[in-house]
Design a protein around this ligand. Structure first.
Ligand code: M6R
Length: 356
């Protein structure tokens, strides 16, 4: 049941700190060789990340951790495009699907099997077709997610996938015991970071909604580790509000999307405090954009250029700004509620897409 929450999505957003805490209480002590060995997989030299929608975003966030900490290169592919895309021979396919029943994903798994890729699945459903078809399975332990918009399963997939990556790097000798101890402690802190982010979003987002509710469209920007969270924010917003939302790498703006910016266009920035992002923000502000930043309080951009800074605690650098997703989820939901949308059942969408 949704208890005292107005809808399932509200409940599932709020559950994110406990989902992280539960996962870490269960798997935290095993992160390292103990978690990796039962998979029976060799340390990969390349990762192929496969999923759809929010699950693909979670996969990209996880792959970036492997690239950052272990120098492991990756390709990310929409499940529906796997058949048509050349893959790297021997690459470990990391396939993400909260339901484990998405038709595009299962078809991709067949294609990857056909090319002899080992498959590691990250799913929230241990009884799913994906879990049955993969060589190795990590269950994300998010509990049932009823809202069509994926929220807590995204966070669970990022944390679960990160646990797998740390274990892989430990088994491969890239990380030693003391590295693992330090990184696991930081990963545990994500539960508190998410709780803090929920409080920050509750405090700041409702006041922003009246000025945004009539906007026909939204631009999301990020760079580096923040980019995938901007993509996720835009997906949530369009799915729930039925308004268009574009997400771009901040540096790409001047190569086309800048033409969209006019007086009042909301530009939502996953802020990394860098000078390069600050320069992009100045550029859109000069054209009248309404800039909303999501990032740490210490970041220069909210203090300098945005009146509606959404201050977050400083996060875990190597993980990327996972906690920024909370503000983006809350923003999408609050706007959808203000527009009278059914946030748990957006039009045209299904929780589990079992047709190709
Ligand atoms: O069950 P899956 O994780 O395979 O679902 C994939 C997508 O359909 C899903 O993430 C979709 O993008 C969400 N509704 C987004 O909130």
């Amino acid at each position: 049941t949704r208890g005292l929450h107005p809808d399932f999505m509200a409940k599932e957003i709020e559950q994110q700190p406990e989902v992280v805490a539960d996962f870490m209480a269960t798997w935290g002590p095993s992160i390292g060789r103990k978690l990796w060995s039962p998979f029976g997989l060799a340390m990969p030299r390349h990762l192929t990340i496969v999923g759809c929608g929010t699950s693909l975003h979670a996969g990209r966030a996880v792959a970036q951790v492997a690239a950052r900490l272990g120098g492991i290169p990756f390709t990310s592919i929409e499940a529906s495009e796997v058949a048509a895309t050349t893959t790297v021979p021997g690459s470990l396919a990391v396939v993400l699907s909260q339901s484990g029943e998405t038709a595009d994903v299962l078809r991709a798994v067949d294609a990857l099997h056909g090319r002899s890729h080992p498959i590691l699945a990250l799913t929230n459903n241990p009884h799913s077709a994906l879990a049955r078809r993969a060589q190795a399975v990590m269950i994300c332990r998010a509990g049932p997610e009823i809202g069509v918009a994926a929220t807590k399963t995204f966070t669970a997939q990022v944390v679960g996938g990160t646990a797998v990556v740390l274990s892989m790097l430990a088994a491969g000798g890239v990380l030693d015991r003391s590295d693992i101890h330090r990184l696991v402690t930081q990963l545990e802190s994500v539960a508190d970071l998410m709780a803090y982010a929920i409080g920050a979003a509750r405090g700041s987002v409702p006041d922003l909604v009246p000025a945004l509710v009539d906007s026909p469209g939204f631009v999301f920007l990020g760079r580096g580790p923040g980019r995938v969270f901007a993509d996720e924010g835009a997906l949530k917003l369009k799915e729930l509000t039925y308004r268009w939302a574009e997400s771009h790498a901040a540096g790409e703006l001047k190569h086309g999307p800048l033409a969209l910016i006019e007086h009042g266009t909301p530009v939502i920035v996953v802020d990394d405090g860098s000078d390069r992002l600050a320069a992009t923000i100045e550029e859109v502000r000069a054209r009248g954009a309404r800039v909303l930043s999501i990032g740490p309080e210490q970041a220069t951009i909210p203090a300098r250029t945005s009146t509606n800074a959404h201050g977050l605690a400083r996060g875990v650098d190597w993980l990327g700004p996972l906690e920024s997703v909370v503000g983006l989820q809350v923003l999408a939901r609050e706007l959808a509620v203000a527009l009278g949308r059914d946030v748990d059942k957006p039009r045209n969408l299904a929780k589990s897409v079992t047709v190709e």
